[in-house]
Design a protein around this ligand. Sequence first.
Ligand SMILES: NC(=O)c1ccc[n+]([C@@H]2O[C@H](COP(=O)([O-])OP(=O)(O)OC[C@H]3O[C@@H](n4cnc5c(N)ncnc54)[C@H](OP(=O)(O)O)[C@@H]3O)[C@@H](O)[C@H]2O)c1
Length: 308
Amino acid sequence: MACAVFMNILFLFKPDCSTDQHKAAQICSLIRHLFLRSEMASQVEQVLEPWHDLTGKVVFVTGASSGIGKEFCLDLAKSGCKIIACARRMDLLKSLCDEINGMTISTGSESKSKSEAVPVRAFAVQLDVSADEVTIKAAVQKAWEAFGHIDALINNAGISGQPRNPMDFEEGDWNYIFRTNLTGSWLVAKHVCINMRKAKQGGSVINISSIAGTNRVMAMELGINNIRVNCINPGIFRTEITQGLVDKDWFNNVTLRTVPLKTLGTINPALTSLARYLIHDSSVYVTGSCFIADAGTSLATIPIFSSL
Ligand SMILES: NC(=O)c1ccc[n+]([C@@H]2O[C@H](COP(=O)([O-])OP(=O)(O)OC[C@H]3O[C@@H](n4cnc5c(N)ncnc54)[C@H](OP(=O)(O)O)[C@@H]3O)[C@@H](O)[C@H]2O)c1
C-alpha cells in the first residue's frame, strides 16, 4: 500500500525538476514512516490486547435483539466469534443474524503474520427467559447444538421498567422482574454450565449487572471446571430501557456536572472491550469479579428515584 501511495505521489511531480523530486522523496519517506508505525501499532496491539482476535469462539448472547446485547453480537462477530443470538423478538434476531452472516472479516491469529478473510456465522434462538426451566433447558440445548459447543455466555437479557416508588409496585410486576432478571439469568447459566462441565473445555460466563450474588456463588462452584464467572455493571447507556431517562432535558447537564469522566460513553467500546477480554484466555485467572463500566457515575452516588 505504501508503494502505491508513493507511485501516485511521484506521478504528481515533474521528473525533470530536482527540487520536486527531493520533495517527493521526503513525502515518500514520511509515508513509509507512518505506514511502518501503523504496522508496528497493530503488532503491539496484537501482543498487548490479544482479545481483538477471538476467532472460532462460540458466544451465546441473551437479550440480543436490541441495545447492549445487539452491540455485543456485532462487535464479537467482527472479532471472529460465532454468535448465538437469543431473545423473544424473532424478527429482530433474524435481521441481526442476516447482517452478521453477510459479513466477512479479516483476521489473523497471533502466530500468523498474514491475516485471512473468514466468514462469520450467527444463529437465532427464540427464548423468553421468564419461562419455566424445561423451556429454558430446551432452548439452551438448541443453542449448544447450533455450533456443537459454547465457549462463552453473555447473560444480558433484562428489564428495568420505569423507576418506581416501592409503594406503587404491584406484586405481579415485582415477581416478573425477578423472574426475568434473576431466575431467568440463573436458569440459562445453569444449563449452559451443565453442558460446559460435561464438555470439559472450560468456559466464560459474563453476567450483565444486578446479579452480583449469583455471580460469586457460581464463580466459587464452577472454578473446579475451569468455568469463569464474572459480572459487568454498566452505567447508563442509551438503549430501549433507558431512553425515557436520557431524553429528559436536564440529563446532559447533570451528566456533565456529576459524571467524573464527563461523558457516559457508548456501549462500544465501553462494554464490548470488557466482554472481549473476559472471553479471551488473557482473563484466565479472573473469576468472581465485578467490573463497573460507568465513567465514574457511581462514585458521585446520584440516586435515580421515581419523581425525576
Ligand atoms: N442501558 C443501560 O444503561 C443499562 C445499565 C445497567 C444495566 N443494564 C442491563 O443491560 C441489559 C441489557 O439492557 P439494554 O439496556 O440493552 O436494554 P434493551 O435495549 O431493552 O435490551 C433488553 C434485551 O433483553 C431482552 N429481553 C427482555 N426481556 C426478556 C425475556 N423475558 N426473555 C428474553 N429476552 C428478554 C430484550 O429482547 P426481547 O424484547 O426481544 O425479548 C432485549 O434484547 C439488561 O440486563 C439491563 O438491566 C443496562
